[in-house]
Design a protein around this ligand. Structure first.
Ligand code: MSP
Length: 482
């Protein structure tokens, strides 16, 4: 019997802290993941797209206290804000995991017990400099003027009885797995960065419990302690597909195979959380005898005017403001085309407006309205000479999202607009009907291809373009902004 098995594609975003409202940086990662999930679906893969919120730990405990709210109520509210924003941005995830979900908590408890029973977790004492912003211990060498470079705050000295996870003994194997791409880290520069970090210092065993943090999952073997928030959070990538924490049981039953959806095909993260994802995460998996994800893809940060966005600097661009000005598809497009996916990208409101007008209002919008208007009384075929899945597959599968967009604009949208200018179909219509039909059919075929290629990036407008081709009617797709 022939059983056709679809390719599976499991993609994750980091789960976001609920200490504050979602912002443009969170949107950047999540839109990218949504685009990839949609692309793989169109390609015929069976897709699972996981996102969610990271809800335990000191940082959130403090914020809830400041707000005068019970932590659970506080996290419920902010978690909902993330969900609402994803709905506005047309993000179609398959599961939204919350680390306060009962299933997640149960599974984490089970994993901790297993690791303790096999000796991967042991009792000791830990001393270090803790940054609550990072929810991480920092090395002296990480600090700038005694402060955390990411948060600008002085870390707190902590010395307490704690449970430790064995890290040192896995260091060699980890280095080798990264070198051999058994645990692949892309783009290459981040792989180099993490390898140089791992080769230049010993990974200390990691404190995975806290006595003074009440808002967390209690350790099953010592309930006075709660689990370190990063251990709790990282396991979401398994519990989010239904894993119950039992060793060697598959994370969610899907078709055949021991591991179901796991290993993830792509785990998208920002560069700020690379170290954790390239040390604690794989080592947790090694101790649990679970395979590594196939790929960790790291993107850069969104900056504004060359600086980190901040309220004090007044350079922050809010995602609401973007949505209001540019609409859903405009926002998705502008974020993903803002720069090389992988590097830091710099955005200012001025440049965003400029790009919106150039690429969307004048570029794509103008092309659609010109073609549809010229095609008003014409009989034509709505098809393309190219296969849209193949056309940009290389860039899409390699996650070069900005390049994929750039190629659509340069090779299709700009070229088509120029093709109209060069051929002047409005004149051909009067003088040379055959040539007119030929020129129009080429334009229509390319516009149809454009609409297909844009589905993952601009789900609404790609649909509108198709409708316009069918009905020969179109409104204005992207209104110019002054
Ligand atoms: N909760 C942890 C992740 C746990 S995953 C097991 C965390 N959360 S976070 O809310 O601080 O944000 C995480 C991610 O948001 C970053 O890794 C990145 O993907 C995205 N971004 C946050 N700020 C960003 C920018 N300014 N620019 C681009 N992305 C950024 O860390």
């Amino acid at each position: 019997m022939f059983i056709s098995m679809k390719n599976k594609f499991y993609i994750t975003t980091p789960i976001y802290y609920v200490n504050a409202k979602p912002h443009i940086g969170h949107a950047y990662t999540t839109i990218a993941a949504d685009v990839l999930a949609r692309f793989h679906k169109i390609q015929g893969d069976e897709v699972f797209f996981l996102t969610g919120t990271d809800e335990h730990g000191m940082k959130i405990q403090k914020k809830a206290e400041e707000a005068g709210k019970e932590p659970q109520i506080f996290v419920d509210e902010i978690s909902d804000e993330f969900k609402n924003l994803w709905e506005k941005l047309n993000i179609k995830y398959d599961n939204f995991i919350r680390t306060t979900d009962e299933n997640h908590k149960k599974a984490v408890t089970k994993v901790l017990q297993t690791l303790f029973d096999k000796g991967a977790i042991y009792k000791g004492e830990y001393e270090g400099l803790y940054c609550t912003g990072c929810e991480q211990f920092l090395n002296e060498s990480d600090l700038v003027d005694g402060k955390c470079p990411d948060h600008g705050t002085q870390p707190e000295k902590i010395k307490e009885e704690s449970y430790l996870l064995k890290m040192t003994e896995k260091q060699k194997d980890l280095i080798s797995a990264i070198e051999k791409d058994e645990f692949q880290i892309r783009p290459e520069k981040y792989k180099k960065e993490i390898l140089s970090f791992l080769k230049n210092q010993e990974l200390k065993d990691l404190s995975i419990s806290r006595k003074n943090v009440k808002w967390g999952i209690p350790l099953p073997f010592d309930p006075e302690h709660t689990a370190y928030v990063w251990v709790d959070a990282l396991l979401n990538y398994l519990t989010g597909i239904g894993w119950n924490g039992t060793p060697l049981s598959p994370p969610l039953r899907r078709g055949e195979g021991k591991w179901g959806w796991w290993p993830a095909d792509v785990q998208l993260i920002g560069k700020d959380i690379l170290r954790v994802h390239a040390t604690i995460w794989p080592i947790l998996l090694m101790h649990s005898e679970i395979p590594f994800p196939k790929e960790l893809f790291v993107h850069g940060h969104i900056l504004s005017g060359g600086k980190k966005m901040s309220k004090t600097l007044g350079n922050a661009i809010s995602i609401e403001e973007m949505l209001e000005k540019f609409g859903v598809d405009g926002t998705r497009y502008l974020l993903l085309s803002a720069g090389t996916f992988g590097d830091d990208v710099d955005v200012t409101m001025e440049r965003l407006i400029e790009k919106y007008n150039a690429d969307l209002a004048n570029g794509l919008g103008n092309l659609v309205s010109r073609v549809i208007k010229l095609a008003e009384n014409l009989d034509y075929k709505i098809e393309s000479e190219y296969n849209s899945v193949q056309w940009n597959k290389g860039f899409m599968e390699s996650i070069w999202l900005d390049k994929a967009l750039g190629r659509i604009w340069e090779n299709l949208i700009q070229k088509s607009n120029k093709y109209i200018d060069d051929n002047k179909p409005w004149e051909l219509k009067k003088n040379d009907e055959n040539k007119f039909k030929e020129v129009m059919q080429k334009l229509i075929s390319d516009l149809y291809l454009i609409s297909e290629l844009l589905i993952p990036f601009m789900p609404e407008n790609s649909e509108k373009i198709k409708k316009a081709l069918e009905t020969k009617k179109t409104g204005i797709l992207f209104q110019r902004i002054k």
